[in-house]
Structures are given as C-alpha cells and as structure tokens.
Design a protein around this ligand. Structure first.
Ligand code: T1G
Length: 647
C-alpha cells in the first residue's frame, strides 16, 4: 500500500487516502481500496472503518487522465460493491468535494458524513459521460428520483447541508476525523441500515420522464439524456441489470467525440490560467484597483475586482458621473442580493470598499489602474498621460480596449513596461473570458500580474497578441462574414440561425446581432473606412443604413413586433438584400454549421500562424468562454481536428 494508510482508534480503522492533488481514483487507488477491504475484514480487532482523505478534498472522481486508456481491473463498480459488501461497515468522511466516482465510493459505504463546507455531486456529464459506478443506480435509492435527476443531468454539486436534507449524507460534523470515528463507534451499537443497493426504488410515470428530458436537453449534448435514460432504466429493472446498463452506457460514451471534447476543455481550462512561460515570475501584488470610467464596462470591472476582495477607486469626469458610476456598481450587488447570492449586509460591505472620485491624484496608492473609457484613441491617450503622472512607478496600467491597438494607446507613456491590455467582456462581472494583451514593452511580471488578476477574479485568462479584434472579435468578424456569404448564396437567415442553435449555440449569428445591435460593428467599420482602410461593404451595413439596427429599432436581420423579442423573417430585409443574393444554395443544418465552424477554425489557424494565440486550445477557450461556443463540441479548433488533445 502506498496511497492508503491505516491507523487504529480502538476497534475503528481509520483509512486515509493520500493521492494529491485531488485524490483522483487511479488504477492504483482502486487496487489498494479493493485489497484494504479484505485486509480489514480479516482483522479481528477491527469492527468498522472510516475512509478519509488527506489534502484538499475527498476522492474527486475517476482519474480523467485514464479515460483515454482501456479500463483496468478492478473496475470502479467492483470496488464500490466490495466496500458495500465488507463485513465491517465503512463510513465515508467527506471534506472538499466527493465527486463522480468519489461519491459512488461514498455510496458503497454504509454511512456518509461531511463537514459543512463539503460538496457532493455527479459531474460526469460535464465530461461527456455518465456515472459509471452506480451513480444513476444507488443515488436514487438514497435521495429519491427527483433529486437524482438534477444531480446526474446538470452535474452540479450539492452542498453538505442540502445533501443531508436530501438523504445523500447522514450527518454534517465539525471535526471530521474525530466525529467520523465517533459516528462509526455509535453505529455499531445499533442495527445497521440496509446497504444502498438493497434499498427499494419505485418507477415514475411516463410524464415525469418526458418533462425531465425536456429540462435536461441541450442541442448536440447527449450525455445528460443518456444519464436520464440510465436513471429511468434503474427504476424499472433490478440493481444488477441496472448496473450492467449503466456501465455499458458509460463505456459507450467514454469513447465519444463529446467526451473527448469535454476532456480537452477540462484540461485546457486548468492550463490557461497558469502559462508555463510565466513559471517562477512573481506577479505584482494587487490590493487597490483604480477603474477609470463608471459605465457598463467600468462598473462591471469594478464589481468583479471588488468581489475578489480588492479596494476600488472609481474615477469619473464629474460628480454626477461618479454618482452614476457608483450606482452602476451598486446595481451589480443589488442583483446578487435579489438572487439570494448576497445578504444586504454583505452588499453594504461590498460597496464600502468602492469609492468614487473625480481627482486622479487619489490614484496615488493604486496597485493597478484599468481604463474603461470611450473607445477613441485621443481620449484613452489623455487618460494614460494623466495616469503616468499620478500613479506609483510600480503601478500596473491597463487598457480595456476591444479594438484599438494597445501600442498606440501606450505611446508617450514614460514607462510602457507597466502597461498591458486587459480585455474584459461585457458584463465584466459575469463573463469569464479575459483576453490579456501585452505590448512588446510589457514587463514579464506585469504580464504575470494580468494572469494573477484573472485567477483572482475567477476568470478564464487567455493571452492574445495584437491584431484587430485580438482573438475573439477577429474570429467573430470571420464568423459573421461567412454567415453573410451563405445569405448571398441563397441560404435563409433563419435557417443559418437555426443551424447554429442546433449545433449548440444559444443564438445564431443574426439573432445575436439583433440583440446586441448591428450598429456597434457598423461604427467600427465606418471608423476604419474614415481612416482610409479598405473595408468592403457588408450586408449589415445595408441594414444599418436603412435604420435597421436590431431589436432596439424594432428590426434588424429580423422584424420584431412591439414588445415582442421573437424574431420574424423580414420581407423588408429580403427586399433590401435582393440584389446581393445570387443563388439558391440548399444546405442542411449540419452543413451550415460545418461551414461556419470551419471558417472560425480557419481564422484560428491564421491567428496561430501569426502568433496571436499561444495554442489552439486557447482559441477554443476564447470561443467557449466569450462567444457561447458549446463546450461539448470542444471549440472550433478541436471540432476541426486541429488540437493534439487525446481523443
Ligand atoms: N482526474 C485527474 N486529475 C484531476 C481530476 C480528475 N478527476 N480533477 C482535478 N484534477 C487535477 C487538475 O487537472 C489539476 O491538475 C489539479 O487536479 C487541480 O484541479 C466512474 C467516470 C476536484 C473540484 O469531474 O471538479 O468519476 O493542472 O485546478 O480548483 O462515475 O478539480 O494542477 O496539473 O480543478 O481545487 C468526475 C473534476 C470524474 C471532478 C478541485 N470528477 N475535478 O478543484 O483544483 S468522472 C470530476 C474538479 C467519474 C465515475 C466517473 C476539480 C475539484 P494540474 P483544479 P480545484
């Protein structure tokens, strides 16, 4: 045994697993657990066992790195059954998160206890599989079918308090190991509950399953529905048959493209915030953040930084704008209170850390200042000229620009090494993507500070090189251009949107423009044209010039009835674009999606070639966390087979 250690507390054996970083259930862990049951059953001095983990968490599930390899015995279901069938009852002592196979092992134990901060869950669908060691078969025997439906189809973990009420755990304790031993000792004086596999489970009516399917369905994402099927099968067959069916489903999904895509993203999301190129480079500490501009973006950035515990100074041009800016930040916390995520008292605490001022001199102690003012080079340059004068020499100065060249903004700054682009996405307190855009002068520890800020704000930080639109907006432009090319070839606008929704996007390219407004991109194109750039006319230009800016003007690519956001195909648009459409291409939904995703991947390839992105997986993360690309498709680069990820 190298991962399991045992110590005796009287007649209770305390079995500790130590397999950092998250006690993932590798082949070795399965083997040692399997053997441990026999060892303790054979020990006459042992009457019960406590299973507890060292480090940050209880068993966090099967080792995802083994998914690409053929399964090796003992398989996890056998380990769970062996624990359940042990002569001496086991008690799972949970801290951190008991997830997937970790919770399945806990269900093989006769009892489960946890500390208040612990969570239990079955996140397998987030990896494109379903529970493979009784998650859809034992869980409903513990917590009933309704609770299990949400656990297995959403993959969302449940906090210990709720899990106790749901019957998933037996007690919430404060001193885990001490209380687990006491719990095991006390359990020996009473009649033991039935092993979970022997508890009853009754079928549900057809209507229940139809409704559950409707709620679980996400276009193109099969795992949640397969998990539901496995759960239903378990309610209509005996335990052994249900286990066989679940295992078959799990093994079938394990090799699927969807599982490969979600594993690709799982590891990409963990690698992105810690770029290897920054290893050993100490970021500058950030406790006080100045935000210049209290509009939507500035307030969102201020709210995100405040939520991460930083002190905020919001700078605006006059007292009225300061008041408005502070009110914008307050609204962010008000909505958190409304959603029950924040108490009124906490809200007060959040706002106590946000001050407003019109005087740049108040930024003298700021560690970081983020500019979020109007997207005009003169305005931004003036802001940084002032910041260069008033801020500490080691303060990091950042622009939130979406489209301007950060090098042009930094021009004239006495020390450009402390300047960086931090491109947040609106609403900045919600959107996870943060494009980090260093200039050639940006110091390595300033770049490291950008990534440290991304981690502190629980964002998905991705480094981007300097080009128009960096990574995300550049791909968006190509995506929209390809969609317009299909319209010119005679493919209906509504069919294109439907195809992308069928692929897994929440909205197609045209619906999304109508929601956001066509004029934003139009003004960018007009600005570039005014600077003498050759920007070909787009179909969107024609619509904007005709006053069709989207939902806000009652019509864009679609018509909208008064007070109704339902997009209706527009005869006016057909007339406006009639002389641009030449062809009657008939493409299926998947063919349309392939065309558009292919265009995104082609642009991604150019972005890689130009060194604008560090890796194809970074591009996938940008698309998933900034532009609604369905994560179960892995991102455009993965979908186009351009990543080295294990399939
Ligand atoms: N397998 C292998 N490595 C894992 C892992 C796992 N399950 N989970 C995390 N890691 C690595 C991760 O790559 C990172 O590595 C480090 O641990 C810290 O991760 C049969 C089939 C547990 C809540 O889906 O949700 O069981 O980058 O940064 O923020 O039914 O990790 O440091 O080299 O995320 O503290 C089900 C996935 C598997 C849990 C901890 N289980 N993990 O969060 O750390 S399927 C999961 C998490 C299954 C059975 C089925 C989180 C965490 P590195 P981290 P964290």
């Amino acid at each position: 045994m190298t991962l399991l250690t045992v110590r005796r507390d009287g007649e209770i054996a305390v079995v500790t697993l130590d397999n950092p970083p998250v006690n993932a259930i590798s082949e070795a862990v399965r083997k040692e657990l399997f053997e441990m049951v026999g060892q303790l059953d054979a020990d006459p001095g042992v009457r019960a066992a406590v299973l507890i983990c060292a480090g940050r968490t209880f068993l966090a599930g099967a080792d995802v790195r083994e998914f690409g390899k053929p399964p090796v015995e003992p398989h996890l279901p056998e380990v769970v059954d062996r624990i359940e069938g042990a002569e001496k009852p086991w008690v799972a002592a949970i801290h951190g998160a008991a997830l997937g196979g970790g919770f399945e092992i806990a269900m093989g134990c006769r009892f489960r206890i946890a500390v208040e901060s612990a969570r239990v869950g079955l996140p397998e669908v987030t990896l494109g599989v379903i529970p493979g060691a009784s998650g859809t078969v034992r869980t409903p025997r513990l917590a009933g079918i309704e609770t299990t439906v949400d656990l297995v189809t959403s993959g969302r973990p449940m906090p210990a308090g709720k899990a106790l009420k749901a019957g998933l755990i037996d007690a919430v304790v404060s001193d885990l190991e001490r209380d687990a031993v006491a719990f095991a000792r006390a359990a020996l004086d009473a009649e033991l509950p039935l092993p979970v596999s022997q508890r009853p489970l009754a079928p549900m009516p057809e209507a229940f399953w139809q409704d559950a399917r409707k709620r679980a369905a996400k276009p193109g994402h099969q795992a949640p529905l397969r998990a539901l099927d496995s759960l239903r099968f378990a309610t209509e067959h005996d335990f052994a048959e249900a286990m066989e069916h679940e295992r078959e489903t799990f093994l079938d999904l394990r090799g699927s493209d969807e599982a490969a895509a979600l594993r690709h993203i799982f590891f990409a999301e963990r690698a992105a915030p810690k770029p290897s190129a920054l290893k050993g480079i100490e970021p500058r500490p950030v406790r006080t953040v100045g935000v210049i501009g209290g509009g939507t973006m500035g307030a969102g950035i201020a709210g995100a930084c405040r939520e991460a515990g930083m002190e905020i100074l919001l700078i605006e041009r006059d007292d009225e704008a300061v008041t408005r800016g502070l009110a914008n930040v307050g609204k962010i916390f008000d909505s958190a209170v409304k959603r029950g995520k924040l108490s009124a008292e906490d809200r007060a605490g959040r706002m106590a850390g946000v001050r407003g001022s019109t005087d740049y001199a108040d930024l003298a102690d700021a560690d970081l200042v983020i500019e979020a003012v109007f997207e005009e080079i003169g305005v931004k340059r003036a802001v940084f000229a002032e910041l260069g004068r008033v801020c500490r020499a080691d303060a990091v100065l950042a622009t939130n620009t979406s489209y301007l060249d950060p090098r042009a903004i930094a021009e004239g700054l006495p020390d450009p090494s402390r300047f960086i682009g931090l491109h947040f996405f609106s609403p900045a307190h919600i959107m996870k993507l943060l494009e980090i855009v260093p200039t050639p002068d940006t110091a390595p520890d300033v770049l490291a500070t950008g990534f440290a800020l991304g981690r502190a704000l629980n964002k998905m930080p991705v480094q981007a090189g300097i080009c128009e639109g960096f990574i995300g907006n550049r791909i968006l432009k190509r995506y929209r251009a390809e969609a317009e090319a299909l319209v010119k070839q005679g493919v209906a606008i509504a069919e294109i949107d439907a195809a992308m929704r069928g692929y897994g996007f929440r909205m197609g390219p045209f619906e999304a423009q109508d929601l956001g407004g066509l004029d934003i991109a139009f003004l960018q194109r007009e600005g570039a044209r005014a600077e003498g750039q050759d920007v070909p006319e787009t179909l969107g230009d024609i619509l904007v010039r005709a006053g069709r800016k989207g939902q806000k003007t009652g019509g864009g690519w679609y018509d909208y009835a008064e007070g109704d956001r339902t997009p209706k195909p527009s005869a006016s648009v057909a007339t406006l674009l009639a002389d641009r459409v030449s062809g009657s291409a008939a493409l299926s939904g998947p063919e349309i999606a392939d065309r558009l995703v292919g265009a995104m991947a082609a642009e991604g390839e150019a972005i890689l070639r130009e060194g604008i992105a560090q890796s194809p997986q970074d591009i996938d993360l940008v698309e998933i966390h900034g532009y609604g690309f369905p994560r179960w498709k892995g991102g455009p680069m993965f979908a186009a087979g351009m990543t080295a990820s294990a399939r």
